[in-house]
Design a protein around this ligand. Sequence first.
Ligand code: PMP
Length: 313
Amino acid sequence: MAIQKTEKVWKNGKLIPWDDATLHVMSHVVNYGSAVFEGIRCYAPNGSPAIFRAHEHIDRLLNSAKIYRMDVDFGREELVAAMQDLVRNNGVWPCYVRPIVLRGYGEVGVNPLNSPIDVYIANYPWGKYLGSPEEGVDVCVSSWTRIAPNTLPAMAKSAANYMNSQLIKMEAILNGYAEGIALDTNGYVSEGSGENLFVVRQGMLMTAPLGNSVLPGITRDSVIQIARDLDIPVIEKMIPREMLYLADEVFFTGTAAEITPIRSVDKISVGKGTLGPITRAIQKEFFGIIHGTMPDRHNWFTPVPVKQAVLST
Ligand code: PMP
């Protein structure tokens, strides 16, 4: 999907014109992938904008930066306020919000420590990422393994990790699938190129623990909380590949993918190949909250104060 530009980008505390948010080709990040970032949705549950789990996303961003020894000049509350300011100023919602902390233009060479740290936030309209939430998607197990522990840290949402994701995604798409599921270095289920994965078997909801090279997904956490609210047993557990073929239901979770059912894996139908009851029950709660038809009982939204509630996309 082509980027739809908005008016301003937040850069190091200031709003600058979208077209001025550019980098020199010799910036450290361009050559060595030295950036950590977030992908956040701002919904419009009651007509006015509200950022979904803004604090948790900023916490993960700052954690990613910490792993890579990047000192960020802005704190949690400042970055949440920056996202609110940006969304309000650009007047576009619902939208996707993309904060990124990167190593800019300074020194050549791998050593990142002497290149400046720049923080940018952009926002832009964005719709569905994968297939329909009812019909689901056909996926494959990737021939690419997810980044192994102690190579690139999977708990960091770093730009470099997405070179691995790109291999998974390209292979899947070129072979006619919507997405690929990567196994970890020991052959256990890890995650999609940009989504966590849940499996339902005999009424039990399972997802891979963080040790299986998965990103600590915010949607993953939301789904675990919803499952607990609904008294659906949920465990973090190592999942062998063949469980994907024997599962009653499988679904992806992610900011972009939201909750997307998987109807087949490697051309083997998941359950009956239709939306299963547990996926449906969890979707009902999740979509109810994000669309504002159910109360935000976990305080997941950070409202963006705006004078007039205009749905501009
Ligand atoms: N895994 C990967 C590799 C991702 O890129 C994403 C998307 N950020 C996820 C999982 C899901 O995380 P979240 O629910 O926080 O978007």
